[in-house]
Design a protein around this ligand. Structure first.
Ligand code: GUN
Length: 282
């Protein structure tokens, strides 16, 4: 039987509509959420992501400012820009699009963002709060995955969740969120042995490594919920997730498509984080 689709596109539209209503309510108190987006360099995929984020802001009434910096920008200039935005009371959220040009230490830049404005949830203090079980700003993609699971009514407590990928942006924070909801969590990565068998034991299987079609139907337990975080550009220009959709959707109970699954939820959670940051600042 073919899997049911976890439709991130339609759920994200509902979240954006709710954010829009809340933004209107904040306007009654004279508050307009403001997001600053910094794009350094000319990564074409980053440019598309940033454009989609700015468009979502416009649609929901969040004010956005975009700062485009050249690929050869210095770390100091980039951090100076962040520090100026930290001091700007009209800006409630700061997003530094990753990846950054190679001469820049991303961790130094991310640590320069004021934690209260860190709408990506990448600052060590926000990641630490999540680890301590007291989440503040939660990274957007993991938050979006949890929202999708809850919307579909997927049972998390007691489930075996296998997360393939251990990035600070997705794999690690998502594993913590699943653990907090009482899943039994296994984190797999490039050195993991016997990935196929571990994956096949998952009730919730998340692929977040950036390798096209890594997860095939053979690696999916019948009825499992399969979450595909990957967005990979193939040589023919088409998009593919980390999951081979055709074979996996034959076996899974639930599955996210690419595009239209996790991606729109990431942006919706970013808007929620901006709204929360703006509300908290007053
Ligand atoms: N690059 C890939 N995903 C993300 C994200 O969620 N936030 C930022 N800032 N950069 C990214």
């Amino acid at each position: 039987m073919a899997a049911r689709i976890l439709d991130g596109k339609s759920l994200a539209a509902k979240v954006r509509a709710a954010v829009k209503r809340d933004v209107e309510a904040l306007a009654q108190r004279g508050i307009r959420p403001g997001l600053a987006v910094i794009l350094a360099g000319d990564n074409p995929a980053s440019r598309v992501y940033v454009r989609n984020k700015v468009r979502a802001c416009e649609e929901t009434g969040v004010r956005s400012e975009m700062y485009e910096l050249p690929a050869n920008v210095s770390e100091e200039a980039l951090i100076d820009r962040v520090l100026a935005l930290n001091d700007d009371s009209d800006i409630h959220g700061i997003l530094v699009q990753l990846p950054l040009p190679k001469q820049i230490h991303a961790d130094r830049v991310l640590e320069s963002v004021a934690p209260a404005k860190d709408v990506d949830g990448f600052h060590e203090s926000n990641l630490g709060a999540l680890l301590a079980g007291k989440p503040r700003m939660v990274p957007c993609t993991p938050a979006g995955v949890m929202r999708l699971l809850d919307h579909a009514g997927v049972a998390i407590a007691g489930a075996h969740a296998v997360v393939i990928g251990r990035s600070n942006i997705v794999g690690k924070p998502l594993s913590l969120l699943l653990l907090q909801r009482d899943a039994t969590v296994t984190i797999c990565h490039s050195k993991s042995k016997d990935l196929e068998n571990i994956a096949r034991s998952a009730d919730i299987l998340v692929a977040a490594v950036g390798r096209a079609k890594l997860v095939t139907g053979r690696m999916v337990k019948p009825g499992a919920c399969v979450i595909d975080v990957g967005v990979n550009r193939l040589t023919d220009g088409s998009l593919a997730g980390d999951v081979e959709f055709a074979s996996a959707s034959e076996v899974a109970g639930w599955i996210t498509p690419v595009p239209g699954g996790v991606g729109p939820m990431t942006i919706a959670m970013l808007l929620e984080n901006c709204l929360r940051a703006a509300s908290a600042s007053h």
